[in-house]
Ligand binder design. Sequence first.
Ligand SMILES: Nc1ncnc2c1ncn2[C@@H]1O[C@H](COP(=O)(O)OP(=O)(O)OP(=O)(O)O)[C@@H](O)[C@H]1O
Ligand SMILES: [Mg+2]
Length: 254
Amino acid sequence: MGVATPVLEIKNASITFGNFRAVKNVSTTVYENEVRFLIGPNGAGKTTLLDAICGKNKLSDGNIIYHNEGEEYDLQKIKENKIVNIGVGRKFQAPSVFTGLTIFENMELAVVRERDVFSSLRSRLKKREIEDIKHQLQFVGLYEMKDEYPTVLSHGQKQWLEIAMLCVSKPKLMLLDEPVAGMGRRETQRTAELLRIIQNNCTIIVVEHDMQFVKEVATLVTVLHDGELLCEGTMDEVSSNQQVIDVYLGRGGE
Ligand SMILES: Nc1ncnc2c1ncn2[C@@H]1O[C@H](COP(=O)(O)OP(=O)(O)OP(=O)(O)O)[C@@H](O)[C@H]1O
Ligand SMILES: [Mg+2]
């Protein structure tokens, strides 16, 4: 991997909702081209932590520093829509494609959104942008279906469309919340292949409960439990950690 460059430094991050501490003093550094997994039981604070990275919720303590092209950003000081503009892309736990638009139009919207929130969908895309949309749709295997509506897509294909929509904005850091939930083995395998390719140009943080998938794709794994960082290491290291087995893996993952 050469000299590791940090992309994201989470420093003593805590997140509270009223009196409830959903994330407690978590610190970790994610390096360039990693596929870092956040795992842990339901309610561990994984989604809450992703929300803090993309600016959807605020830290009550600590900070999150993001690096891009020599610049350093304190993400707590940047609004959610601006965080997207500095290269942080996010896919949420629930699917969010527009069923009233074709697959291609969903991709166009992703480009336009990235360019300027106030432009209309019908504003002309550059030739280069159209080419990139085609390229990304080919990448996820949906090009042949580009003029259909997303309702024809399988659950897995919808997830891939969302990943393609993220890719057009060329994020430096991609955040994925449970991308293979509900997928069969083959779709999961295909998603693993996609992430391995995306990883060449992008750092990825993934929340996931599918341990086979984690094993196949993870560089490092961070285990959260009750809002605390329980353990961090390679999949082999965390899966032989007795505490991790007790609170999570020994219970069959999810
Ligand atoms: N907006 C909120 N207000 C109050 N409590 C919240 C809020 N968001 C999350 N929580 C609580 O914070 C805790 C962590 O939730 P979070 O969604 O981060 O868990 P998770 O690790 O993503 O779990 P899962 O694997 O089930 O998705 C839970 O107890 C949840 O109920
Ligand atoms: Mg979650």
